[in-house]
Design a protein around this ligand. Structure first.
Ligand code: GLA
Length: 694
């Protein structure tokens, strides 16, 4: 007799089935199944044949595949007892608790005193399933590996897309064919990392951004994950996610995975992307003031670096505010004796040489301009050249003779004394000043991966948030080195990349949108000549790319020409006038036939309006750009489209393109199947097209 359970949302069904007192398997995860359909028939239909070259029955690919049951692939759990002897659990099902939108599976191995639980929850509004697993052991055990509930990899998929990257080049998608054996990604640098965003997409054959089946997963943990996608000798596939292996350095009696967020789409990769965007924004992130519009940021880093001068900063703030900034963020350089990056991390008090009267005069000035004030910390780090290190050399993580990174070491956040110290010093800054925002940086790798460090950071963040609930926090790690749903449960923004090069940013934003919503993705207008690439880019390009996400500025505004200032003011005003819906819009990546065009559509929740951003990241192979097909429209409805930046039509366009002449009204069917003719343009430019249902 087979027991079956199902979880449903509008776009997907997940079925669990089990028999014989064993752990159940996910027998189905995909397009919604009819209500009331016979799940045991589906479980029976999943039974595979047995032939030569295999065992006499197929060991089950359960939610935690067990080595002891002949499973021919990677097990979901690897344990040793405290003396190091391998434990070989044989889990027996204890019970399954099923509610409307949650399932909990409990199992145990009485002989070795082990309990296992798998949790599943489906969110009917966001369409995301959250999965996590935990174990409890009577005696302390060494945990080598614990996977979140294991999912079968789709058979009707040829490849997987995972994410790599680097500093100033985050979110690079890698496509790998499924093949015999294991594709493994493991982040072993103690943070989710530029190199290892913990996400995976499994496109069905032929899936594009806008059509076809796709399965997607992301793991909510900031300490480094392990993903393995394995094809077994019999052709079955499994996907496992968990903390990077062996990062529980001490024996444990309880351990849990982080939440694994997963979703299925019948509407191409965009169906997964928009589910994740909603879920991260509305379920994972907690907003101090959800109704408050996202303020336009000004960040002084690329304007002054460590060279802080109150009079200059005031001037800069005044200019930034005139351009439309609403929050001034004082970056690195305000504390200790921090004149460059060789000293002072850990000394979290105001540098009286630079701020003889403290920060208050600058903060008051910023407030008088109507802006709020944010400040930079890098709490988990310490320079050997600091008072704090001299007083507490034992607070650092790893050996004394370790290789440093940016001349700094990592504090041991598992040590409560260290957390108290940081809470007290950051807390004192927040108590004594009207600060509503922290940019929380993390600029080096850990000397060794360590889950306790991540838990320590989470505990510190949670404590600060409880004590200062009105303060928002941004997660930065040399740009996008710590972006994941774990840190986002404690922060409200990510610094996606240190690259303010709008052409690079266009691409990074495009690919990050597979996992992240606009409202939490910071994007700044950088200096005219980009500091990380040397490229000189026009203000329209820089401003509109920043306006795709949570907008800010990060150049010295005193460098702006009159014309640049006008453009920036205009685009910022556009962003403010539209943010109430764009920051809640779904980002749909467009499948631009013209490979030089990176394009997306932001569609309002009410589906009555949208904006298209079509960036020209290169030159087309043919003379004119190819038409851009839109998505997500009602085929029969009529839409009125208009260029938001008609001023930017330049010398490359001398013909009679309809959009260049004014508004056009076209049916959804035409826009989605034939596409929109864009005016010709130079590379490194962008078209912004507003659309409304007519
Ligand atoms: C990191 C961040 C930057 C800036 C510097 C300050 O590199 O990513 O945005 O804050 O640190 O040192």
């Amino acid at each position: 007799m087979t027991d079956c359970w199902r979880l449903d949302s509008f776009n997907q069904t997940l079925v669990l089935a089990g028999s014989g007192g064993r752990l159940p398997c996910v027998t189905y995860w995909g397009a919604p199944l009819p209500k009331g359909c016979d799940l045991s028939a589906i479980a029976a239909a999943e039974a595979r044949d047995v032939t030569g070259g295999m065992l006499d029955a197929n060991p089950s690919l359960s939610i935690c595949p067990e080595a002891e049951r002949g499973f021919p692939g990677q097990p979901g759990l690897s344990l040793r007892d405290a003396s190091g002897r391998v434990l070989r659990p044989r889990l027996r099902l204890l019970d399954v608790e099923a509610e409307e939108s949650t399932l909990t599976v409990r199992a145990g191995d009485a002989q070795i005193g082990l309990r296992y639980a798998a949790h599943f929850a489906i969110d009917p509004q966001t369409h995301v399933l959250t999965l996590w697993a935990e174990i409890e052991s009577e005696a302390p055990v060494i945990l080598d590996w614990l996977a979140a509930p294991v999912l079968p990899g789709p058979q009707l998929s040829d490849e997987m897309i995972d994410v790599s990257g680097r500093w100033i080049g985050e979110f690079q998608l890698q496509r790998m064919p499924w093949s015999a054996g294991i594709r493994m990604r493991e982040a072993r640098t103690g943070r989710s990392g530029h190199e290892h965003f913990p996400g995976l997409i499994l496109p069905g054959r032929g899936a594009t951004n806008t059509a076809g089946a796709a399965w997607a997963l992301q793991y909510g943990w900031s300490g480094g994950h392990r993903m393995l996608a394995e094809e077994l000798p019999d052709g079955r596939r499994q996907v496992q996610f968990g903390h990077a292996s062996g990062t529980e350095l001490e024996p444990v009696t309880h351990a849990a995975t982080a939440p694994l967020l997963v979703t299925f789409s019948r509407a191409g990769l965009n169906g997964c992307a928009t589910a994740f965007q909603r879920h991260i924004r509305d379920r994972v992130v907690t907003w101090p003031a959800p109704e408050r519009p996202r303020p336009v940021h000004y960040n002084c880093w690329e304007a002054v670096y460590f060279d802080h001068d109150v009079a200059e900063l005031k001037q800069i703030a005044t200019r930034a505010s005139a351009l439309g900034a609403e929050r001034f963020v004082l970056d690195d350089g305000w504390f200790g004796r921090r004149d460059d990056d060789t000293s002072s991390l850990g000394d979290w008090w105001v540098d009286a040489r630079k701020y003889p009267e403290g920060l208050t005069p600058l903060i008051d000035h910023v407030h008088d301009l109507g802006m709020s004030f944010g400040i930079w910390f890098e709490p988990e780090m310490i320079n050997a050249e600091s008072e704090t290190f001299r007083a507490h050399p034992d607070w650092t993580l790893g050996p004394m003779d370790q290789i440093e990174g940016r001349q700094q070491r990592v504090l041991d956040l598992a040590n409560p004394e260290v957390r108290d110290y940081l809470f007290d010093h950051i807390g004192a800054m927040l108590d004594d000043h009207a600060i509503d925002y922290i940019k929380w940086d993390h600029n080096r790798l850990l000397p060794h991966p360590d889950a306790a460090q991540t838990r320590g950071v989470y505990a510190l963040l949670d404590r600060l948030r409880a004590a200062f609930p009105e303060v928002e926090i941004e997660s930065c790690a040399s740009g996008g080195g710590r972006i994941d749903a774990g840190i986002l449960a404690r922060t409200q923004r990510v610094w996606l990349s240190d690259s303010n090069d709008a052409v690079e940013r266009l691409r990074i934003q495009h690919d990050a949108a597979l996992f992240l919503p606009a409202a939490i993705t910071g994007s700044h207008v950088g200096p005219r000549q980009c500091h990380t690439s040397g490229r000189v880019l026009s203000m329209p390009m820089r401003a509109w790319v920043a306006a795709q996400r949570h907008m800010g500025f990060e150049m010295d505004p005193r460098e702006l020409s009159e014309e640049e200032a006008q453009v920036l003011t205009r685009v910022t005003a556009w962003w403010k006038a539209n943010r109430d819906w764009t920051m809640r819009a779904e980002i749909h990546r467009l499948d631009s036939i013209d490979t030089s065009v990176i394009a997306e559509m932001q569609i309002a929740e009410a589906s009555d309006r949208f904006v298209v951003f079509a960036g020209r990241a290169g030159t087309s192979a043919q003379i004119l750009p190819r038409p851009l097909a839109l998505t997500g429209l009602e085929p029969d409805a009529l839409y009125r489209l208009e260029l938001a930046n008609g001023q930017d039509i330049g010398p490359a366009s001398r013909g009679d393109v309809a959009l260049a002449r004014g508004a056009v009204e076209l049916p959804g069917a035409y826009l989605m199947s034939q596409g929109l003719q864009l005016p010709a343009a130079f590379p490194d430019t962008i078209w912004v097209i507003e659309g409304r249902r007519a």
